[in-house]
Design a protein around this ligand. Structure first.
Ligand code: GLN
Length: 391
């Protein structure tokens, strides 16, 4: 057996969802919406299964979807992508990330990663033979600094695995931070692989900037997107990879031997969905922003310190100001069992030196679900308020 995989625990998302079921808890842990997704897009998929071609589509993805991806990113992010040479469809963004690591690094190459990191990144980098170099982001600002990057980059840096908007912090990195990162990548010659699956889940009027539009990055960046996140149907597993032809040539070799293709009916429906009117995307953002605000206001009213969230389905509560002794994992285990609310301990997103005072909650839920969670947490709020402040 491979020792790395043999030693891995089950993901924190699976574990917390199982505990949520066991305790009949409101599940604000694993990130998935209550909403079933846009009906017209689901109908397209259903119809395509019935009427359409259910055999292997082209390995790179159906041409209608690759064109739709290029058009969508032109309209929304000002990118100029050749659908035939620079866009590939994968079975989800996780496949795209795994494929990029397998395709782009050699054993011993250094890979810069940012903690807290999505749980798949670290084991995938190591399994591909990469040597992780971790940049540690800390609350409440989770900022990328020049000092931290300077420490992580070395002459052996070959790849950077980035995520923006960022899960679990809800941060959208600003133009200054992105320029800083691009500068380090161009100077070191590293390829920047950017997980941008939350690109449409962004609030307060912010606009997503892809790494492909950063100076010097068009030829050395890989942009990864996800239909599951754009349409709020996380089980669909339809990912998009965008990169210059030289990189794509190698990326497609990994994809052809990982999953080879992605269900054609879903590709057909996603191609339709990406062309939906601008208002639909903006209204979806507004709805999620209202949910974010509802949960944030409710938690704040209970006395829980909420950190800002500018994107993703998540907001975080920092336990440190309440009680510096509280540990996120113990807190989440007690929360699910005693209050009946499941959340995710952010320490699970650190490969080393974890921050252990932050708890992530998913707000991509109906008002009724959020209110039920807040109701259940009200006892906790009272307990916190009567506790003498810790200094
Ligand atoms: N992306 C989801 C989250 O962050 C989890 C996906 C999964 O369960 N693997 O909650």
């Amino acid at each position: 057996m491979n020792s790395l995989f043999a030693a891995l625990p089950t993901t924190v998302f699976e574990t917390m969802s199982a505990l949520a079921r066991q305790h009949d808890a409101v599940n604000l842990g694993q990130g998935f919406p209550d909403d079933p997704g846009p009906r017209d897009v689901r109908e397209k998929a259903a119809q395509a299964v019935l009427d359409g071609w259910n055999q292997y589509p082209p390995m790179m993805g159906t041409l209608d979807l690759r064109r739709a991806v290029a058009d969508h990113y032109r309209d929304w992010q000002g990118l100029d992508l050749d659908p035939e040479r620079e866009v590939m469809i994968t079975s989800g963004a996780t496949e795209a990330i795994a494929g990029a690591l397998l395709a782009l690094i050699e054993p011993g190459d250094e890979v810069v990663l940012f903690q807290p990191l999505y749980d798949a990144y670290f084991p995938l980098v190591r399994r591909a033979g990469g040597v992780p170099r971790l940049v540690r982001l800390v609350p409440p600002h989770w900022r990328l600094t020049e000092e931290a990057l300077a420490e992580a980059f070395t002459p052996r840096t070959k790849l950077v695995l980035f995520n923006n908007p960022h899960n679990p912090t809800g941060r959208v990195f600003d133009a200054g931070e992105l320029a800083l990162l691009a500068g380090f990548c161009t100077r070191s010659g590293a390829v920047l692989v950017s997980d941008e699956v939350w690109e449409h889940v962004i609030f307060d009027g912010l606009e997503h900037q892809s790494v492909l539009s950063l100076p010097g990055m068009r030829e050395r960046a890989v942009k990864i997107g996800s239909a599951g996140k754009i349409f709020g149907m996380t089980g669909w597993k339809v990912g998009f990879v965008c990169a210059a032809p030289e990189l794509m040539r190698v990326l497609s070799k990994a994809h052809q031997f990982l999953t080879f293709t992605t269900p054609p009916a879903l590709q057909h429906a996603v191609a339709y969905g990406l062309g939906k009117e601008r208002e639909w995307f903006l209204a979806t953002r507004d709805g999620l922003q209202r949910s974010r605000d509802r949960l944030a206001q409710g938690l704040t009213a209970l006395g829980l310190p909420v950190l800002p969230s500018a994107g993703t389905y998540f907001l975080n509560v920092d336990l440190a100001p309440l009680d510096p002794g509280l540990r996120d994992e113990a807190f989440c285990l007690s929360l699910v069992a005693r209050e009946g609310v499941a959340a995710i301990p952010v320490s699970a997103f650190y490969a080393q030196d974890p921050v252990e005072s932050v708890v992530r909650l998913c707000f991509a839920k109906t008002d009724a679900t959020l209110d039920r969670a807040l109701e259940r947490l009200s006892g906790l709020g009272a307990a916190i308020r009567t506790k003498p402040a810790a200094h």
